[in-house]
Design a binder for this molecule. Structure first.
Ligand code: XBP
Ligand code: MG
Length: 258
């Protein structure tokens, strides 16, 4: 039986990267008196490093090697803490909106008693801010488990965060669906055998999504159907609980159970 839906946050719940995280990183650099600026294209390259602190560290090593090696860890940590403050404030001011179909699917799945969870590389403060400012009051309680950066230091594509969530939920991976936007996220979920639905965004659309159950433009809305890029067709142009139960019966169960 289908039991749980596990959602990535960045890129999947919302297009957080270009106008959210990227801007917050740049503000943190400016606060520290650094003339570093991550434009949209450069940020797209840097996204191959998951995790904000890791991304800053990678940038220091590749583009700011004048920073003494023994100072780099502390600098990355300080900049990242400052970046999180900026990001949380931006989200509170409405800088990020949920992608099509996300609120609809969460609301329906919660109403019918499916377990909801989050598995993300991002920091917990960012998740709390996003849920508080984009979903109805109390929606934080809809999620039976939230796996965040603090719970899984090994970032996606490592499966550690999905392992954390599956253990907390006590469910078989084959009775879940994961929702991801990136190849790193897909690999993380698939490493544990979780059937995964991918919704593309501008930064991820050219990545390799081999192994996804379905690759879609988004989750779709009743009047604005999602486009199917690869995988199974949609019955009603959108991902809803009926569609997920159908797929679970047809594909997830048959293809992965011993
Ligand atoms: C998302 C990330 C995150 C954000 C920044 O990956 O890599 O690092 O870019 O968040 P995914 P933090 O969607 O695959 O989980 O600065 O809080 O790390
Ligand atoms: Mg993502």
């Amino acid at each position: 039986m289908l039991k749980a839906l596990i959602f990535d946050i960045d890129g999947t719940f919302a297009d957080t990267e270009r106008d959210g995280h990227r801007v917050a990183f740049n503000r943190a650099f400016a606060d520290a008196g650094l003339d570093w600026n991550w434009d949209e294209a450069r940020y797209g390259e840097l996204l191959s490093v998951t995790g904000g602190r890791e991304r800053i560290l990678h940038f220091i090593e590749s583009d700011a090697s004048q920073i003494e090696p023994e100072r780099r860890d502390a600098l990355a940590r300080d900049l990242h803490a400052r970046k999180t403050e900026h990001y949380v404030r931006m989200v509170a001011h409405g800088a990020v909106r949920l992608r099509p179909g996300v609120a609809r699917l969460l609301t329906e799945a919660h109403a019918v008693g499916l377990t909801l969870a989050i598995a993300t590389t991002t920091s917990r403060a960012n998740i709390d801010a996003l849920l508080a400012h984009t979903l109805p009051p109390g929606a934080l309680d809809w999620f039976a488990s939230i796996g965040a950066a603090e719970d899984a230091p090994r970032k996606k594509p490592d499966p550690q965060v999905y392992r954390f969530v599956l253990d907390a939920l006590g469910v078989d991976p084959r009775d879940c669906f994961a929702f991801e936007d990136s190849a790193a996220g897909l690999r993380s979920a698939r490493a544990l055998g979780i059937p995964t639905i991918v919704t593309l965004n501008d930064y991820t659309r050219d990545q390799d999504f081999n192994g996804a159950l379905s690759v879609l433009s988004d989750l779709g809305e009743p009047l604005v159907p999602a486009k199917v890029i690869a995988g199974a067709p949609l019955q009603r142009g959108m991902i809803d609980v009926k569609q997920l139960r159908r797929w679970h019966a047809q594909y997830a169960l048959n293809s992965t159970r011993p």
